[in-house]
Design a protein around this ligand. Structure first.
Ligand SMILES: *Cc1c(COP(=O)(O)O)cnc(C)c1O
Length: 394
């Protein structure tokens, strides 16, 4: 992978120009999809030395190289390498298995993606790695949770259900003084709106299934690491044997090319809907760090250059069956878990079912919304109908 980034250009330009080799592609704008396992070596000497730009299907192809170069250019000069894995959860498990060993301790933010917790409580525990969960709002107070064997801190900003905003800069300062790695699940903002590697994060992971893919049609994960962490990630990926199918890599690259326009619209529409919902009598609270009234707003403003289309609302107390009636009434908001596509979604959630370091008592039914690329006028009309059904069912 080429480590020279044209950093004088804006991120939008780098997303379009990076990872392209028009000459090698015989003039075509996009790289071909290399379906390949076997890579042939021209001579026995090359074979013995494993010499060649590409050596084995699992280790990469011109298609994966184009994707990696483009994401590296977006991440910025701190990025020493990008690992490709088959899903967002695989990015998390591959990263943790690559940097931890038996006897280590990891600090995990209480608001992380639930399957990240399952991996820590299940497989890491089985291999003798101890996990301690911490309050997302702990900041520099995380210092008191460090043990001599604390090797890593896992954060997600904001948490993709409750939207509390951990102070990654403050956490990273403490972690680095203790020689621990900071690992960030950057799926919500993507490196376009949160340049986490520039803010003290050593390893920035993404469920590229979400906004990078952007069309709800692939499963894909990425691991971007700085010079300190990349050798561990590169080795872990090799030892574990993870890779991704070439068609998904191609679609992820295509997604990167249009990420800036899609995300700008998700940002605008998301904030528009969040403000509208904040004024609705049925809504007790809107959880969106881009709102001036949100407790995480100051950190969001300091560390992020935009918001995506995912946020939550707390409804005024209502029976679950009335909320279900509302959900069944919605036509534009589908019910599904994987967000980041072009379509809007609404699902109920309950953080209290799994959080352990902190109690999260919202005081009413909670819904997570993904604002897609539909007209917000139509989305408001859809929610209007939903709220009418909610009231009628109470
Ligand atoms: C969806 C998601 C993941 C997992 O991604 P998959 O590609 O579905 O495995 C990880 N982290 C966050 C924050 C997610 O939203």
């Amino acid at each position: 992978m080429d480590s020279s980034h044209p950093q004088e250009q804006h991120a939008e330009t780098r997303l379009v120009t990076s990872g392209r080799d028009t000459k090698a592609q015989k003039g075509f704008v996009n790289p071909p999809v290399f379906h390949g396992s076997t890579v042939l070596y021209p001579t026995a000497e090359d074979l013995h030395a494993h010499r060649g730009e590409f050596t084995y299907g699992r280790h990469g192809s011109p298609t994966t190289k184009a994707f990696q170069e483009t994401l590296m250019a977006l991440e910025g000069p701190q990025c020493a390498g990008v690992g490709i894995v088959p899903s967002g959860l695989s990015a998390i498990s591959t990263t943790l298995l690559s940097v931890l060993k038996t006897g280590d301790h990891i600090l995990v933010c209480d608001n992380v993606y639930r399957p990240s917790r399952n991996f820590c409580n299940g497989m890491l525990a089985r291999y003798g790695v101890e996990t301690t969960y911490f309050d997302p709002l702990i900041g520099a107070g995380i210092e008191k949770l460090f043990k001599p064997n604390t090797r890593a801190v896992l954060v997600e900003a904001p948490g993709s259900q409750s939207f509390e905003m951990p102070d990654i800069r403050a956490i990273a300062e403490v972690a680095h003084a203790r020689d621990a790695l900071v690992i960030d699940d950057n799926t919500w903002a993507t490196p376009l709106y949160h340049r986490s590697l520039e803010q003290g994060v050593d390893i920035s992971m993404q469920a590229a299934t979400k906004y990078i893919g952007g069309h709800s049609d692939i499963m894909f994960g990425t691991i971007s690491a700085n010079a300190k962490a990349w050798p561990m990630i590169a080795e872990g990926i090799r030892l574990l044997g993870v890779c991704a199918g070439p068609d998904d890599v191609f679609l992820a690259l295509r997604g990167l090319r249009t990420l800036s326009v899609r995300l700008a619209q998700h940002h605008r529409s998301g904030l528009d809907m969040a403000r509208w919902l904040a004024g609705r009598p049925e809504v007790a609270r809107v959880l969106h760090p881009g709102l001036e009234t949100d407790p995480g707003h100051a950190i969001w403003k300091r560390d992020f250059t935009g918001a995506s289309g995912l946020f939550s609302i707390v409804l005024k107390p209502a029976p679950q069956q009335a909320v279900d009636t509302m959900l069944n009434t919605l036509k534009l908001f589908g019910m599904g878990f994987s967000w980041g596509g072009f379509e809007s979604l609404a699902i109920p959630f309950d953080c209290d079912a799994y959080r352990t370091a902190t109690k999260w008592s919202p005081g009413g039914p909670t819904l997570r919304l993904h604002i897609g690329l539909e007209s917000t006028d139509d989305l408001k009309a859809d929610l209007d109908r939903g709220f009418a059904a909610l009231k009628a069912a109470m």
